[in-house]
Design a protein around this ligand. Structure first.
Ligand code: BGC
Length: 340
């Protein structure tokens, strides 16, 4: 019997909880601190449950969660060059927290480190909300962000919505670290990405503005291949990222829900198809993980999002939402088992 609600520690004198939702053989546990996905159990080819995301056992490990493990990151995922952007003629300065840039909006104090408000909790669905005042984290607008985690026969759906009283940025992601066998390396996982183009980075892992064809590069995942196959190739992009830490642009983006990536683990037979309404995916092979529990390449993040720094790039779709107009995005991690 799954425990629905468990104490998960205390943040600033406020107790936080782990909320477990389930559907058939799937179950997911989410903490209201950071709206963080802590565990996600999926059946393998023998019907045994496998926890396919990395996570820790109490909220203390998440307080300085600079790996953003499992967290919801918003208003703006990934990097913004020099932490600066101009919107409607006004220039905004965000905190510089990663080399010369802003990463994941902010740390500390960002969405990964706030206690979210519980709005709805059912057997297979959980909704959390976070409010920011005008200028909080450096972005304009009094904003309300709502995230729903829902399990169904498909797997896990994450729905994001936002409303603001001023034009602002909305580029949310979930920063889960996936490992479809629950332990060990992901270099043996087979990955396919429906993208013929990616965005190369500078030495600080911020897109240069170039859009490059993946053909004849280690970034070509148009046909399924092991993640580790080309990860050590002599390519300056892999040196900058210490592995894959790049954004792929989905083919034929039109804002509808489309499959952007398919991850498969032969050992467990678990396949995870990632669908999103957003323009791209940051595939990050956990190049900077390294602690007693998890080492480098122990997981792969499949961060659906707008292109990092797209607010400053004229050849990218910009993550701008208009004052008073609710905006939403959806990402589905659809699970199945496949015999090799
Ligand atoms: C970034 C990485 C970063 C990681 C953890 C990813 O989205 O692209 O560069 O190390 O998040 O913060």
């Amino acid at each position: 019997m799954i425990k629905m609600l468990e104490p998960f520690g205390v943040i600033d004198d406020t107790p936080v909880y782990l909320y477990t939702i389930s559907y058939g053989n799937y179950s997911a546990s989410i903490c209201n601190f950071g709206a963080t996905l802590i565990r996600l159990f999926v059946p393998d080819k023998n019907g045994n449950p496998v926890n396919v995301v990395c996570g820790y056992d109490s909220v203390e490990a998440y307080i300085l969660n600079d790996s953003y493990m499992g967290a919801i990151v918003l208003p703006s995922a990934n990097r913004i060059r020099k932490g600066q952007f101009t919107l409607n003629g006004k220039t905004y300065q965000l905190r510089i927290n990663n080399g010369p840039n802003n990463l994941h909006s902010s740390l500390p104090g960002g969405s990964a480190q706030r206690i979210w408000r519980l709005v709805n909790y059912g057997e297979s669905e959980l909704t959390l909300q976070l409010e920011y005042g005008d200028g909080d984290l450096g972005f304009p607008g009094i904003r309300v962000f709502t995230v729903t985690y829902a399990l169904s026969e498909e797997g896990l759906t994450i729905s994001y919505s936002a409303v603001s009283d001023q034009d602002t940025l909305f580029n949310p992601t979930n920063h889960s670290y996936f490992n479809l066998k629950g332990h060990g390396t992901i270099l043996d996982h087979i990955l396919q990405i429906n993208a013929h183009y990616f965005t190369p980075n500078d030495a600080d892992s911020c897109p240069t503005g170039e859009i490059r064809a993946v053909e004849n590069t280690p970034f070509d995942f148009t046909q399924p291949k092991p993640i580790g196959q080309d990860i050590n190739q002599d390519d300056i992009q892999l040196v900058y990222g210490n592995g894959y830490d790049h954004n792929w642009m989905i083919d034929d983006f039109d804002g509808s829900l489309k499959t952007i990536a398919v991850l498969y683990c032969e050992e467990t037979g678990i396949q995870c198809e990632t669908l999103t309404s957003m323009p791209g995916i940051q595939v990050y092979t956990a190049n900077y993980l390294g602690n007693e529990k998890y080492s480098k390449n122990a997981a792969v993040c499949l961060e659906t999002q707008f292109t990092p720094d797209s607010i400053n790039l004229d050849n990218q779709v910009k993550p701008i939402i208009k004052a008073g107009v609710p905006a939403s995005h959806v990402t589905v991690y659809r699970f199945s088992v496949k015999e090799s």
